[in-house]
Design a protein around this ligand. Structure first.
Ligand code: 5GP
Ligand code: MN
Length: 332
């Protein structure tokens, strides 16, 4: 992969640009994709942002969402945008399979591909790009990319809102260890432009339905198991649980973080039964590397303190297997 600066000459004249991100996108995925969309559009390009799937309701307010294609709703338009583009940007993921539906199409696409990402171990499939696992978020990296182009003054309130959303969400509202001084400096820069950070926080975190709040209560009482011996806790959600509470897309967001608020709990896992697989989300405080854990046991990856994985083993057997691993490895 050549440094991202080497791709700048490609962007000197107006181009058709396709941007995508990972499946089940979060605020950093959509925020970085839309911020880049606004920026490249301002630079005179014709840009199509494509989400591989549905986005959660709490991100529906984001500037530019209306110009984005959801592959699951519009597969034909999404694929023709890909076929017709001159350049492909990929943000907030580093392996084509993370897009689920676009895996093969991206692999087969002949156009130059540019990566902007902060996950470990990028697949060797990009022509140009920047991959820095120490960075808080893809949004911070899009901001750096804009500055590298000496275009800081082009950042408007719409771009600022997109960038801030990913920065806020991927740093756990500025509390995770990835929250560097540069993260705060970026937030300050956005704030100087008139960013309404309170509104963004409310849109993302205080827009729950009553049902979602009651579902959280149920989950914490009935579905969380704490293993003091292993400094760990798990939350297990079957399809039946989710149907009972009519759980919507995005309603399980953030659940995995709750056990880490218990003193002494260093490792939290959410095991969710999906139609075609079982999804696992891992979070840790301190020195337990959940990225390594996800890679080793659940075909996954991510970051040191936040990762995910999946398995085709059924839900009940996955829970049994997970508990066995826990007793074998004794997370500290
Ligand atoms: P989440 O638990 O929120 O789905 O994911 C947490 C982090 O782990 C995110 O940065 C996400 O990109 C990464 N992640 C989640 N699932 C997978 C996976 O199956 N494979 C890889 N490589 N990373 C994942
Ligand atoms: Mn991210």
């Amino acid at each position: 992969m050549q440094p991202i600066q080497d791709a700048f000459p490609l962007l000197q004249t107006p181009k058709k640009i396709f941007i995508t991100t990972h499946h089940k996108p979060d605020g950093d995925a959509i925020g970085s994709m839309l911020a880049l969309y606004h920026y490249l559009t301002k630079k005179g390009h014709n840009v199509t942002p494509v989400s591989p799937g549905e986005i959660p309701d709490f991100l529906n307010w984001m500037p530019g969402v209306g110009n984005m294609l959801n592959y699951e709703e519009h597969p034909k338009e999404s694929l023709s945008a890909l076929a017709e583009c001159d350049i492909i940007f990929c943000v907030d993921f580093n392996d084509f399979s993370r897009t689920k539906h676009l895996t093969q199409q991206l692999a087969d696409a002949p156009q130059p591909k540019i990566l902007i990402d902060h996950h470990l171990f990028p697949a060797p499939v990009w022509d140009y790009g920047i991959s820095i696992p120490e960075k808080s978020s893809a949004c911070e990296m899009v901001y750096d990319f804009i500055n590298l182009n000496q275009d800081n003054k082009l950042i408007d309130l719409e771009m600022a809102a997109c960038l801030y959303t990913g920065l806020m969400m991927d740093t756990g509202s500025f509390r995770f260890p990835v929250t560097t001084a540069s993260v705060h400096a970026m937030a300050a820069d956005l704030k100087h432009r008139g960013l309404d950070h309170t509104r963004i926080h409310e849109e993302v975190y205080d827009s729950w339905s009553e049902g979602r709040m009651r579902f959280l209560g149920y989950v914490l009482i009935e579905k969380m198991e704490v293993f003091r011996k292993y400094n760990s806790a798990i939350i297990t959600l079957s399809r039946k649980d989710m149907n009972l509470f009519k759980v919507q897309n995005g309603d399980t967001e953030g659940l995995v973080n709750y056990p880490l608020s218990i003193s002494g709990i260093k490792f939290a896992t959410l095991i969710t039964e999906r139609c075609d697989e079982v999804k696992l989300s891992f979070r840790s405080k301190g020195n337990f590397d959940v990225s390594k854990f996800a890679r080793q046991y659940f075909d996954g990856g991510g970051h040191f303190n936040a990762s995910g994985g999946r398995t085709k083993t059924n839900f009940i057997d996955t829970i049994v297997y997970f508990k066995k691993i826990l007793s074998d490895i004794h997370p500290q």
